[in-house]
Design a binder for this molecule. Structure first.
Ligand SMILES: NC(=O)c1ccc[n+]([C@@H]2O[C@H](COP(=O)([O-])OP(=O)(O)OC[C@H]3O[C@@H](n4cnc5c(N)ncnc54)[C@H](OP(=O)(O)O)[C@@H]3O)[C@@H](O)[C@H]2O)c1
Length: 330
């Protein structure tokens, strides 16, 4: 089978077209014919050898958030899975025509959602919803500040906050990203490559500050979050795409400013498939109430260039990688 694999950690060009044997599903596994993969920053970080929170074997085939069809199952797995359209989001391996996946972690793809959209909507909508509603305890009428607002989670977060009746301020880097983020309905989007962005955020809140701040970016801009939080505000950290986390905040600062700093990691706090939250999020994406920020579709062979563009911050929304394309289910 065709795969884009890296022999060792390194720059995007370590990803090379390779022929690999089709894997055989083991105990508890299913074999997935891969249709599409979302371009997740974790894939780029893993390829570069920068993550230690997930197991990575070299040669390494990235591809975390993927859709496809189950073609075989290993021992202990129900045969009824064969022919199902699924989403797999917990293991790498999607940059290949076939991938083995843990059967118990597979999610059935809603019949209203196509395979291409399926690899682009799930992680970003669920992460944004849980970051804002569960960790951020967002309430109607509040002001919500979203970092990296032209990224996939940023775009979903802005729409979810608008849907909840909040005033939404987005932050992103460069005029093209500002225009892209604005097209998803934010009240204000500011360019954080311009140094006066904190003053603009303050002015947009009449100097009160923001009730919820969602930051998956980290880096130098994250240091400003404390100053931009309103009394009783919640600053929610979900990642560090910019490469570093802000310095720890002193407890006296939290006391005097009346704010909370919260971390959010989706997997342990996700409600089970079929729950009310699960259905509400899927419905919003399937009906188009929240637009899925699918920005471009790239061929598997061109994925090294896509990694390079992502790392130089030239990708908006969620780029999608075509592996097998629009496969027919059984
Ligand atoms: N906690 C959780 O459960 C959870 C789950 C999924 C993802 N995440 C995290 O959420 C964050 C956002 O994910 P996403 O899927 O929305 O990512 P994305 O679509 O790739 O967007 C990330 C944004 O980060 C900004 N950025 C800043 N420095 C960058 C750099 N050095 N390289 C690349 N981008 C950089 C870019 O915007 P600008 O150019 O505008 O700054 C880019 O649009 C990531 O840190 C991810 O790991 C967390």
């Amino acid at each position: 089978m065709r795969a884009m694999a890296a022999q060792a950690p390194g720059v995007p060009s370590v990803l090379q077209l390779t022929q690999l044997a089709i894997p055989v599903p083991g105990e508890g596994q299913a074999l997935m014919k891969v249709a599409y993969v979302g371009m997740n920053p974790i894939d780029a970080m893993a390829r570069a050898g920068k993550i230690d929170f997930m197991p990575i074997a070299w040669p390494f085939v990235p591809g975390l958030e993927k859709t496809g069809i189950i073609t075989a199952v290993g021992p202990g797995v129900d045969n009824a899975l064969i022919g199902q359209r699924v989403i797999a989001r917990s293991e790498f391996g999607g940059y290949a025509e076939f991938a083995t996946v843990k059967a118990k972690l597979l999610l059935k793809l809603d019949p209203r959602i196509d395979l291409k959209t399926g690899c682009a909507y799930r992680g970003c909508s669920f992460t944004a919803w849980h970051g804002l509603h569960k960790a951020g305890r967002m309430q109607k009428g509040e002001t919500v500040l979203v970092h990296s607002a032209a990224g996939a989670i940023g775009i979903m977060a802005m729409q979810i906050a608008k849907d909840a009746g909040c005033t939404v301020i987005g932050l992103c880097g460069g005029p093209e990203k500002v225009a892209y983020a604005k097209s998803f309905g934010a009240d204000h989007v500011f360019d954080y490559l311009e140094t006066d962005w904190p003053e603009r955020v303050k002015a947009a809140t009449q100097n009160r500050g923001c009730d919820v701040i969602l930051d998956g970016n980290g880096g130098a801009n994250a240091e400003k979050n404390i100053a931009l939080a309103a009394p009783l505000g919640r600053v929610v950290y979900i990642g560090a795409t910019a490469g570093s986390y802000p310095a720890p905040i002193s407890i006296p600062t939290l006391i005097f400013k009346n704010i909370s700093v919260v971390g959010m990691n989706l997997a342990p706090i996700e409600d089970p498939p079929g729950s009310a939250t699960d259905r509400a999020i899927i419905d919003a994406a399937a009906t188009g109430r929240w637009k899925v920020p699918m920005s471009e579709v790239v061929a598997l062979e061109d994925v090294a260039d896509l990694h390079a563009r992502l790392e130089s911050r030239r990708v908006v929304g969620r780029a999608v990688i075509r592996v097998g394309g629009d496969l027919e289910s059984a």
